[in-house]
Each structure stands twice: as C-alpha cells, then as structure tokens.
Design a protein around this ligand. Structure first.
Ligand SMILES: Cc1cc2nc3c(=O)[nH]c(=O)nc-3n(C[C@H](O)[C@H](O)[C@H](O)COP(=O)(O)OP(=O)(O)OC[C@H]3O[C@@H](n4cnc5c(N)ncnc54)[C@H](O)[C@@H]3O)c2cc1C
Length: 434
C-alpha cells in the first residue's frame, strides 16, 4: 500500500501530538504508533512539568538545569525551553489540562530533587496522563490528522540525501509506504532495550537504528538516566516508578540497618549511584524508602496512584517502608537536532525523547522532559510551516519487499553504538583529566 501526505509523524506521545497540533490546519498529517495511542511513556509521567514561576526564578532554574546536566547542556536550548515554559503551560491549560491550584486559584508548585525551589506544575501523580489525554483528544478532533495504530516504522525513505517519508509495517505483517514532504520522528526513549526500565517495552530506539543506518548525526547516545527509585519486584516487565517528588515532599531512604545513607534531594545520577553502592554493601537487591515523613492526607491527595499501586503489591506506604531499586528511565542523548528540531538530513525532524537538542546535558533535571518535548515539538511544527513551500514532494519508487525484516538487528545496532560512545567518552574524559 502507498499513502501520500504533507507530514508524517512517527509516535503519538507528547512530542508527536503537540507537533501535530501546531502544524497548519490546511496540511494533511498522518501519525503512526507502534502500539495503541494511549501506550506511550507520556501517559506514565508522574511528577509533573516545570515552569518558570517568575522572572526572579530564571537564573536559579537555568543553574539547576545546568548543574544537573554537569554543565554539558547546550545553553541556547536551555534558555529557549525556560523562556517558552509559561506559554506552554498556558497552552496546556487552554486544552483543558487541570493542574493543581492553591486556594487563591494560582498554580500550585511541587519540588523534586536538584531543584532549588518548588517550580513543578502537577496533577496528582498522573501529570503525564492528564496532559497527554487532553492533547490526544484535541488531535483526534482535527479533520486533517489521521492516526494509524499498531503500525511500526521500519525505515525512512532516503532520496538524494533528503527524507521522502517512511516505510511501515502493520501488525498483520503488511507493509505501507508513506510518502511525505516532511517526516517527524517522535519515537520516545530506549527503555525497551534494557532489562529493568520504567519505560514501555515497545520503545526500542528504532529511530536511532535508522539514523545510524542513514548516517544521520547522533549526540551522546550513551547518556542514559537511571532513576533511583522504582518499586522492587521479582516479576519481569516494566518497573513501577516511585516519583522523585515523593522525596521532594519528605520521603527518605534507608539501608538494611534502617539508617539514612544519602541526601535524597541530590541529582538523580548521584542518588542512583549511592543506592547501587549501598545495595552492594548490604548484599540486597533493594534499599528501603519511607514515605512516613509525608502527612497521610498529602500521600492520599498528591500520590494516589503510587499509594494504590503499592497497596496492590502488598505495601501500605502510609505505615511501612517499600523496597526500591534503580532502573533505566530516561535518554538524554539522541538524534542530534538544531534549535528548530531539524536533524542533519533535509526534510527530517526529531522531537521528544528520541531527539537531542542538548537541553539535558549529561543528566536530566527532574520534570524538564515533558516541557522540553513540548517546546521543541512546537518549534519543529513552526519551522516546517515556514519552510513548507521551499520543498517539493519527492517522487519515489520504493520496493517494499526489500524492507521486509530490515529492522531485525536494530536493537543490537543501537546497543553497540551506545557502548562505542561510552568508551569514547570514558577515554576522552580520562585524557582531559591528564
Ligand atoms: C514512569 C515515567 C515517569 C516519568 N515522569 C516524568 C515527569 O514527571 N516529568 C517529566 O517531565 N517527564 C517524565 N517522564 C519522561 C517523559 O514522560 C518522557 O520523556 C516523554 O513523555 C517522552 O515523550 P515522547 O513523545 O518523546 O515519547 P513517548 O511518549 O514515549 O512516545 C513515543 C511514541 O513513539 C511510538 N513509537 C516508537 N517506536 C516506533 C516505531 N518504530 N514506529 C511507530 N511508532 C513508534 C510509540 O508507540 C509512542 O507512541 C517519565 C517517564 C516515565 C517512563
């Protein structure tokens, strides 16, 4: 089958949806997703989304983001994200997103590790679901957007150094060519490549493998964030996240002797390393997290999802500690993009977790990723609109049969490249220290 459209967007998380919402309404858009529309990491986000509270907070927010990122962040991108945050939150509210409010009606802010002040908007502990379900509803109401579920991109179509669309495979094995003037990759993170991850297992970094295959520039793909606290389980499958805002609200970590061993509000990489070290010392596959310092009414109102899920696993967090373990959580590196989310290939954009615009440096500051995804998805949409008439549709002559099975080693390709980059960084850092 062959489809033709103005823009094809791969992925229906916040990156893909917000890009679609910001493209001109007179352009035809096809969105595809490997799973069901509501099966994306965007639905899983718990803690919240950052916002610049006021002009006085700019320097502090900027510094917190840079410090968490070990000062390897692209300053221009951090600046763009922070300065666009108020407009983004206002836009979300206009789509019906309901953030927690103070009694006077102003936005309520919570705090997470490595933030020097509360500046995170939230909706209970299901902020991602609240945001993404409203964006999805708005996209589903657009007559110019068609969403195809359970349809997997297996490659892009490259012609004369430009991207001319994608090849995709449906669950029943049939293949479709989607020709498009512009292609946007919004395929999310890499958790599906790891045994222990908070991500959906179908997020297997396909876009990265495709980028490697076509010589599209990547950046820091070995920069992978391990979240310090996921609920320990002996069962296989996705790990349940215990949001950092739990520690922001007062929860503490204990070793096997019920002694504290780390400042719980340091950046994620520092806390995760301390927990791993402590697990080795204790000879146990977890440490303990106590939410008892948080008043019961706050647990029930701010963290109802965590409370419910822990109850299902047999723990009452208002009365007892829970076992927690670090797990793969977020991907700071990705397909290298410029300030407009454009990749190194003509007509190809990337947004969300699969893209690297440098906001996060070596380590992401909590609750910066939903914001970063939204801000740079909108910038991609605006850029595509501005340059739309500069490009013609590319005539293609694609032999779909040649693409069958082309993605079978994609996971291995990405893991090998991550390892190569890790070694490169290790060597480079050692040389710099000499
Ligand atoms: C448990 C959890 C909690 C989090 N909490 C927070 C938080 O509190 N605050 C915050 O800012 N961030 C948080 N994050 C991170 C944030 O949710 C993600 O970074 C963000 O949602 C990524 O959005 P995205 O659109 O890039 O990707 P996703 O939402 O993951 O969407 C990816 C999409 O791509 C599709 N896809 C992938 N490969 C293919 C393919 N080959 N073909 C077709 N479709 C494909 C998927 O099906 C999916 O639709 C959390 C993440 C997790 C996992």
């Amino acid at each position: 089958m062959k489809l033709t459209t103005d823009v094809v967007i791969v992925g229906t998380g916040v990156g893909g949806l917000y890009c679609a919402l910001n493209l001109p309404k007179d352009k035809d858009i096809i969105m595809i997703t490997k799973a069901a529309v509501d099966e994306s990491d965007s639905f899983l986000a718990q803690g919240g989304i950052c916002m610049l509270k006021n002009d006085e907070d700019y320097d502090s927010y900027f510094e917190d983001t840079m410090r968490a990122g070990h000062y390897e962040n692209r300053k221009e991108s951090v600046d763009i994200m922070i300065r666009s945050s108020q407009e983004t939150i206002a836009d979300l509210i206009s789509y019906g997103v309901d953030f927690k409010r103070n009694e006077d009606g102003s936005l309520a802010f919570t705090k997470e590790g490595a933030h020097s002040t509360p500046r995170i908007c939230f909706h209970e502990d299901e902020t991602g679901k609240e945001i993404t379900s409203h964006l999805l509803k708005a996209v589903q109401e657009l007559p110019n957007v068609k969403i195809i579920e359970h349809c997997r991109m297996t490659d892009i179509i490259e012609k004369d150094g430009r991207c001319a669309g994608i090849v995709a495979q449906h669950e029943n094995g049939s293949m479709t060519e989607i020709d498009a003037r512009f292609t946007v990759l919004a395929t999310g993170g890499v958790g599906g490549l790891f045994e222990n991850s908070t991500n959906y297992p179908h997020l297997t970094a396909d876009a990265l493998a495709i980028a490697i295959k076509h010589g599209i520039e990547l950046e820091n793909i070995d920069y992978i964030q391990i979240h310090p606290t996921t609920l320990f389980s002996r069962k296989p499958g996705r790990r349940f996240l215990i949001s950092e805002s739990v520690r922001g609200e007062g929860a503490v970590l204990f070793n096997s002797h019920m002694e504290r061993f780390v400042d719980e509000l340091q950046p994620r990489d520092v806390v995760a390393a301390a927990i791993s070290e402590q697990m080795k010392k204790d000879g146990r596959p977890y440490v303990w997290l106590s939410m008892k310092p948080i008043p019961k009414e706050v647990i029930l109102s701010h963290f109802p999802n965590i409370y419910r899920r822990c109850r299902e696993e047999g723990y009452d967090v208002t009365r007892e500690c829970i076992p927690v373990v670090p797990a793969q959580h977020y991907f700071m590196g990705g397909i290298k993009v410029d300030r407009y989310s454009k990749t190194s290939m003509e007509n190809l954009y990337a947004t969300g977790e699969t893209a690297c615009n440098g906001v996060h440096g070596r380590n992401r500051l909590a609750s910066n990723s939903l914001l970063e995804s939204l801000v740079f998805a909108k910038r991609a949409a605006k850029r595509i609109a501005e340059t739309f008439d500069d490009y013609d549709m590319i005539e293609t002559d694609t032999d779909l049969a040649a693409y069958r099975g082309c993605d079978k080693d994609y996971g291995k390709t990405v893991l090998n490249e991550m390892e190569r980059m890790r070694k490169y960084h290790e060597q480079h850092n050692t040389e710099n220290k000499r």
